[in-house]
Write a protein that binds this ligand. Sequence first.
Ligand code: MOS
Length: 746
Amino acid sequence: MPDILSRPFRFGSNSGQPITRRDGIAKVTGTAIFAADNMPDRLLHAVIVPAGIARGRVTHLDAEAAEAHPGVTHVITPQNRPPLQGDPSAKTMMFSFRIEVLQDDAVRYAGQPIAMVLGETLEAATEGAHLLSPRYDVEPARVRLDDSPSFAFDPAGFGLPADVEHGDVDAGHRAARWVVDATYETAAQYHNAMETHAIVAEWDGDRLTLDMPSQALAISCAAYAFYFGIPAGNVTLRSPYLGGGFGSKAFATGPQVLAILAARMTGRPVKLMLTRQQMFGPVGHRGATRQRLRLGADDRAALTVIDHEGLAETSSFDDFVEPAAGASQGLYAARALRSTHRAVRLDIGTPGPMRAPGEASGSAALECAMDEMAEQIGIDPLEFRLRNYAETEPGTGRPYSSKALRECYMQAAERFGWAGRPLKPGQMRDDNGLLVGWGMGTALFPCPMFAAEARATLRPDGTALVETSAADMGQGAWTALAQIAADSLGLPLEKLEFRSGHSGLPDAGVAGGSGHTATAGGALHAAGSDVIRQLGEIAAADPASPLYGSGNAGFVARDGRLYVADDDSRSEAFAEIIGRAGGAAITGNGTASRPPEDAERHAMSSHGAVFAEVKVDPDLYQMRVTRMVGAFAAGRIINPRLAESQLMGGMIWGISFALHEEARHDPRTGRIVNADFAGYHVPVNADVRGLEVITVHEDDPYVNALGIKGVGEIGITGAVGAIANAIWHATGKRIRRFPIRIEDLS
Ligand code: MOS
């Protein structure tokens, strides 16, 4: 239906408004019902037993002791676990994982589930889990990047091309007057959403009902249906609220499958909620990387080559890898460009997508290397980036659908006060004698679209029901998507009932890849447009309507009325049109995806520039980010408040990446020694000061009908390098391992 897809999206009274999150009050007052809040009758509580070693075999579990506990009802181990219909090691679809569901006695990483205990109370199940007292045959754990041989991998599964080479890389190296050859390391990070992975599973014959946070409801239903040998339509998944996801809640996980299995086995509803510690292993993480960057530049500070080699960890049994080197493929205009990826198999849980997977870690290294090159050449880091500004996509020469990066640089630099920055490090002190440094980085994130469906129903009373399964993990989808839907229907937000978070609704696809607002929003816009088109047909054919005979002119919907396009004198209220037509509600359907030929024709990315100020104590080496300004161009912004929150949250993650987050393994046991919030650091309010976000408007006619690029992940990119570069500028020290620690500066 090209007439629907080409209907331009108009700002109505809703889009563009900085309204607060519709779920906000429910969440902060405790009335929002999260998955684990569900307490069906006859509920059993499940607790998983995590492996205490990283590699080897379980030789003994004291199931008798656990079963003797009065509150324990079942102990599930590889010996008695009922079969699954679907193979847990199957790769059923892109981004699906081999899951650990007690299929054997092997231990492949510390934290892997090796048993599950069910009890009448959580306390009983927890106590039963302790009573199992596992014993092991232990083999030496491989947990560091040097502990195993590396192998080449192909990041095609992420939508990235395999190893990329454009231009003559050797010639680029030879032509370089200036050379940077530096290796950067990034730490393993764990998602640590506020809400840990939870599930309440209940069977009724071969129908399964799940309360479970999900970033991708249809994909999750399909996966669980596969494991249990039932049609996907037999699975009902309710996911109205999520306490964060960051990529970890888009896929089926082993613990959740075990809980469903336990419910089937016992004939009772089963609830499982992972503890914070249990989040470190079976539900994904951002894998550690080591990246070598070799840059060359000529006399005029033009890059002759960017040569980016990424090395990343993955598990011994699956293949997700942080595709860090991909970050160098689309940013700077180098004469030659190469990115390669290698991976190492370790005794760790399988990494997974974690907010800006690849882009966050890759851009951290690239932006530091760019700063090191600017230092060598002796020019301002921003000037260096401008000299290597890519007017078309590096390597391919494709035009950008839109690219307001130059405006981002200028606006953020102006706001930050970059112009006064001394070139040399160690030149600035504040009134308290602290070393002050300023650094910057470029932000980049692709703007993919997935596939989504939506339905809109205009009721005879002039209100509307809008339905799509969209997951709101806290980013504000329920709000921004409702704004889009309301404008497409020409209604104020309060006349709209927006249903989401249920698998029975039209499939909104995955809330990921920063593509959710564009994709689900596109489907909602198409559904609303379908309703308006039908309404227009009715009115144009009705002699009693002021719109009679105006069919060819097109219509505009606004404030519950249909107007003849470009003629405000002819309009009629929706309710009147429907009323005369017999009073039946009008339902419209919509889908959205990006046609491959559109994706071919243009390079599509969001861009941004981040400037950071740090202060470093010259005696104690304490580091603080004191100011950050980020300017981002991400197409059309539907809700400025929520977009700024997303971008600011991303920049805070940049602080976290640069200075705080790291999961540390004990190389002797292979266990993560800081698997909790005491030892695994994330920034708190006291770590975050003076953050400013600027959004630079772009009209992009190519990305999608709504012109939306997405803001979920780009905020992290650029920020990490900006902070590291600022620390160099304050201290003269190049720290190439993240997170940067006090001891690195001493
Ligand atoms: Mo994400 S890592 O696109 O949920």
